[in-house]
Design a protein. Structure first.
Length: 236
């Protein structure tokens, strides 16, 4: 879990997980120090990072990473999570996620991650070209467009392998070359994690075990998906 403040929402999320699972939970609190006692209450491993590397910026209403150092902190946290866990799959948590039932199925083995895919979440031309640039260098198939999601479950072995590649070089290339009159979407974590999988030739499954309530297109999924994202009732 990645978190910044939001104690009530964090506790609600962790309590919902513990109703169904006793697996290891690792919480990285970034740029605040309010959640340690809550994490211990729900038997979580707690790690504190003094820098909040995802912030609201003038060009967007969403929290974004701005510098290469921001991305480095995120990558290091995912590396730590991969090292601390020994499961085949890892669930990604944020304070606005609720677990309301047991997960019924994992993504198909041909996918590296799973999330709620939406057709409007398409990378802009610069990011598409950047993805294809690196895929072409590795003789991977190219696409005219890439639809990204908020991946909520990762194949740990694949993610660990990706994190051992020269990611920082690719991030630096994008930060240096993107059109300044455009928003570099992968500065947001959701898009960035999709970007990581795509540049390495992997795909993301439209995983029916998670639903984003603000963009629910499938009534059955909205009602029955065990994992709910964007539940911000307890946000302040």
């Amino acid at each position: 879990m990645l978190a910044h403040k939001q104690a009530k929402a964090t506790e609600f999320c962790l309590r919902s997980v513990r109703k169904f699972y006793d697996n290891k939970i690792i919480v990285f609190e970034n740029g605040s120090s309010e959640l340690e006692s809550i994490c211990h209450k729900y038997d979580c491993e707690y790690l504190n990072e003094t820098i909040n590397y995802q912030k609201i910026t003038p060009e967007s209403n969403y929290v974004l990473m701005s510098s290469l150092n921001d991305f480095k902190i995120l990558l290091n946290q995912f590396k730590q999570a991969c090292e601390y866990c020994d499961t085949e799959w890892m669930i990604y948590l944020e304070p606005d996620i609720v677990i309301r039932n047991y997960i019924e199925r994992l993504p198909n083995e041909k996918y590296a991650a799973g999330g709620n895919l939406h057709s409007f979440n398409r990378f802009q031309p610069f990011e598409t070209q950047t993805i294809n640039k690196y895929r072409k260098e590795n003789n991977l198939p190219l696409k005219d467009e890439y639809i990204f999601s908020a991946p909520m479950i990762y194949n740990r072995k694949i993610l660990k392998t990706i994190l051992e590649t020269e990611i920082e070089e690719k991030i630096e290339y994008a930060l240096r070359n993107y059109p300044r009159n455009k928003l570099l979407e992968f500065r947001g974590l959701d898009a960035f994690m999709s970007f990581l999988f795509f540049i390495n030739g992997y795909e993301i499954e439209d995983w029916d075990q998670v639903v984003e309530i603000y963009h629910a297109e499938d009534e059955h999924r909205l009602v029955f998906a065990p994992m709910v994202h964007q539940f911000k009732h307890f946000y302040s």
